[in-house]
Write a protein that binds this ligand. Structure first.
Ligand code: FES
Length: 360
């Protein structure tokens, strides 16, 4: 039945457009679009990105892949066409999802890829279209699209179509402001269901947490929850944090004034804002010192200690760690007063200074 449905020409495109319309209409009815602070540039970038992805990026990559494979391995064209649908679909979707996990995670941990993924996190409101908000080059380099092209060459057209439909449903659902999982957390009787579900697929609470501005907010974990469709990889590789609430604030700690053109076309177009990571010549610098920094702290208040050594507000985190493997350390103090915090970043008892810097 499903297999037959998938033979309808462009069925995946109809479903993708249908899913977007469904979430768009529901967000609009819920009043989210009316109360939105999104600027014109946000809409232009996201709509353009969606259209270019489907009509330019994917066709170009598919064309290149077919050209390459036909030249070097013509005997493998349609080689997987006779494999049972379910087996091929399971293999395709799991490989697709683990590729996406590592690409996304690398985009948070390496400086250049971070700049291509930064548009996604610059959004200060969640919404169905945020799913498509990345630099053009981010999509051109995305291993998943190359994987899709390879599977198409090998004869897996139907598994790709079903994968695209399911992916859109989960991804747009997890980015949307509708928070479809909220009732499951509110009503005790429904909680066991969401506890199981969130350990399988990416839910809004799980993914919104990834878009939260700072770890100071307990519902936010911007340095984790990298999964795309399944939370399996986050659980397996130790980056999962399950939430039952949603961040109070979304977006980046460092606010910059960038035109949408720099956001979408970086590195080909640079930002005029010199504080922006997309500006020409922007560099993060080492701001560590071989001495402790004494700062007044208040009992019961939470702070974020900079672990990457690049904050301009040492010893506290200012968000400069994006694009590295570091994440800030959240801490509190037992008494109000002045405390010596480590700023060589080598203390054995971070965030507090243990005089390790004296031996460096
Ligand atoms: S600026 Fe956040 S950890 Fe250094």
């Amino acid at each position: 039945m499903i297999e037959e449905l998938l033979t309808i020409k462009n069925i995946d495109v109809y479903f993708v457009v249908g899913i977007i319309l469904l979430f768009g209409i529901l967000e609009s009815i819920s009043g989210f679009l009316k109360n939105s602070n999104r600027k014109k540039g946000d809409w232009i970038q996201e709509i353009l990105s969606f259209l270019v992805l489907g009509n330019l990026v994917k066709p170009i990559i598919i064309l290149l892949m077919f050209g390459f494979c036909d030249f070097f391995f013509p005997q493998y064209r349609l080689a997987l066409a006779s494999i049972p649908f379910i087996g091929l679909f399971a293999a395709y979707i799991l490989i697709d999802d683990v590729l996406q996990y590592w690409y996304h995670r690398s985009a948070h941990e390496t400086p250049f890829l971070w700049k291509l993924h930064r548009p996604h996190h610059q959004a200060e409101e969640m919404g169905f279209f945020v799913s498509y908000r990345n630099a053009l080059l981010y999509y051109l380099l995305m291993p998943n699209i190359w994987w899709v092209a390879l599977i198409l060459f090998l004869g897996g057209g139907k598994v790709v179509a079903l994968g695209l439909i399911l992916k859109q449903l989960i991804i747009i659902g997890s980015h949307s402001r509708l928070k479809w999982d909220k009732p499951f957390y509110q009503y005790a009787a429904l909680r066991p269901i969401i506890k199981i579900l969130e350990r399988i697929i990416i839910t809004p609470a799980f993914h919104h947490s990834h878009h939260g501005t700072s770890r100071l907010d307990t519902a936010s974990e911007p340095n984790g929850n990298f999964g795309n469709m399944f939370s399996l990889w986050d659980q397996l590789f130790g980056t999962a944090t399950f939430q039952n609430s949603y961040p109070k604030e979304y977006g980046l700690q460092q606010k910059t004034n960038d035109p949408w053109t720099a956001s979408y076309f970086y590195p080909f177009v640079k930002s005029p804002d010199l504080n922006s990571e997309w500006s020409a010549g922007f560099k993060k610098t080492d701001t560590t010192t071989l001495e402790a920094l004494s700062v007044p702290l208040t009992k019961g208040e939470a702070y974020l200690w900079c672990a990457c050594g690049m904050s301009k507000n040492q010893p506290f985190c200012d968000g400069s760690h994006h694009g590295t493997k570091y994440k800030p350390q959240k801490f509190t103090v037992k008494r109000t007063g002045t405390t010596r915090l480590c700023n060589c970043k080598k203390s054995n008892g971070t965030p507090f200074c243990d005089d390790t810097h004296l031996s460096l």
